[in-house]
Structures are given as C-alpha cells and as structure tokens.
Design a protein around this ligand. Sequence first.
Ligand code: ZN
Length: 319
Amino acid sequence: MKKIALEEHFISPGLIEYWQPTMTDVPKPIFDKIHAALTDFGDMRLASMDGAGIEKAILSVSGPGVQVEPDAARATAKAAEANDFLANVTSARPDRYLGFAHIALQDPQGAARELERCVRDLGFKGAMINGNSMGAYLDERQFDPFWAKAEELQVPIYLHPADPVQPYASFGSYKELTRATWGWGVETGTHALRMIFGGVFDRFPKALLMLGHLGETLPYLLWRFDSRAKLYGVSLKRQPSEYIKENIAVTVSGMFSAEPLNCAVAALGRSRVMFSADYPFESAAEAGHFMDDVAIDEALREDICWRNAARILNIPMQG
Ligand code: ZN
C-alpha cells in the first residue's frame, strides 16, 4: 500500500559537525554506509522508498543539529542554511520529497520567524526539533512565541529523540540502556509530558506535537497520568490523557511491532497514528513490510499508511 513517511533523515554539509560525534562508536564501514544514505537524494533513497511503498517522504535533519550549538547566532544561521539546502532538494523532486524545518530555538523569536519562512516561503510541512536545546525544553515560557507561530500556521512540531542533558544516574554502567534502547524514550516522553503538565496546550490548544516510536510509551500510560494528576492536584484545563489524544499524533518509526501499534490506536484513535521508517537508521523495507502485513483492518491500514498524514500535513494525494 502507498505510504507517506514522516521521520526520514538527511544531513547537509553544514550540520555534519553536530552529527558525526553521535556516531563515534559505530564501526567505520557502517558509518560510511549511513553517511552515504543521509547525503543521497537520488537512486539510493528513491529505491529504498520504492521498496517500502513510500510515495512521499518528509525529510528532516539527522540530529542533534543546531540543538547542541552553544552560540545562538551561529545556530540560527546554520539552521537557515540547512533549510535552504533542503528546499533545493524538495523543489527538485516535489513529487517524492517534502520537508520539516530545522529550527534554532536558542533565539525563540528568530525560531518563530524561521518556522514561518520555512512554511510560507519554502513549503515545508512543519518542523522537527531534536530534543532539548542546550538544556532548554519546549514547555518553557520563552518558547511561547514559537508555539504561537506553530499554532497560527497550523503545522505540527515533531519532537525527535536526543540525549538528555546529563546521563541518567540510574543507568549506572549500563551503557546499553542509553539512547534508542531506553534512554531516548525516557527523555522524549518526559519532554512531551513537560509540555502537557507545563500547560503548553492550555496556552496553545490548537498546537500539534508529533512523536515517533508510537508515542514514546505515553499511549500505554494514559490512565495512570490522569489518576496521579488528580491525586497531586494538578490544575490543567483538561485531563493529561485528553492532551495526549487531542494535541499529539504519533508515528510507527522504529517500532515495527503489532502490540504497541494496537495500543496506540486504541489509546489515541485511528486518526492519530501514522507510518514512518526512520531512514536510514531503520530498514525502510522492514517498516514497509510490517505495515503492509500487520493484522489490522484495511481501512485502518490506509489511514496509518497515508490518509492521516495527508490530512494532518495537508498533502494532496490521489485515491
Ligand atoms: Zn529518527
């Protein structure tokens, strides 16, 4: 079945300095392969998409990008440069490639302006933020101008996993629990919960957050959040689960497994779950085969594969 994929990565020349240090423990041949995939926008990427039935891919910077740049002015300039680079890619193949903006939140007003430029002038579909920005999280009031702009433009902000500011002490010497195994889920789920409990969606009720990995475990925990919010006297306009259902949409990136997919659909509804592969860090073919074969009804498969993304991101599709 045809698909739209939302968490598909690239790297531009100006951002390699941030990406390369995240790959130091990867053997050289694998590094070279991933680097080649991230910098290719031709036959290799298109063949991978074709093999998975991906008709359109929303491309985004492979993290952390300028989220880890200490100099705000440099971060802002490098983000704009990456967005211009991506605009050249998407305008060369508008039938296959769309874009998520790369945004330097170190300057919140500048972030709002760059988001607007990317959406209005470059035709991007929203933005992807790679975790905390130099220790700052998206619930902080300094980012209200950014959320106000995202709400005004009606574009989603995709929160991508990244490392925490400090390694979690509880992980001790278990390095294998960091990153994609468990640490990123804790960090990214926490980041999203900070937005909910910090009232971002009370201030911006039409804002839409996207999470990969079928919601970073949040769909599994709805009842528990509501129950504890009552116990602790949390004062929000809605129950925590309502924000998760109404202000968050999720993708299957890196979670090609029926049990969490069914949980996410049951928790968030059929209209909030979308396909993604996480190219080139996951096999697009494996993602595609999972999505084509998993035991769900055909109307739901169509919703997850492309209908939900087409509606939420306003992408014209035939059929
Ligand atoms: Zn990713």
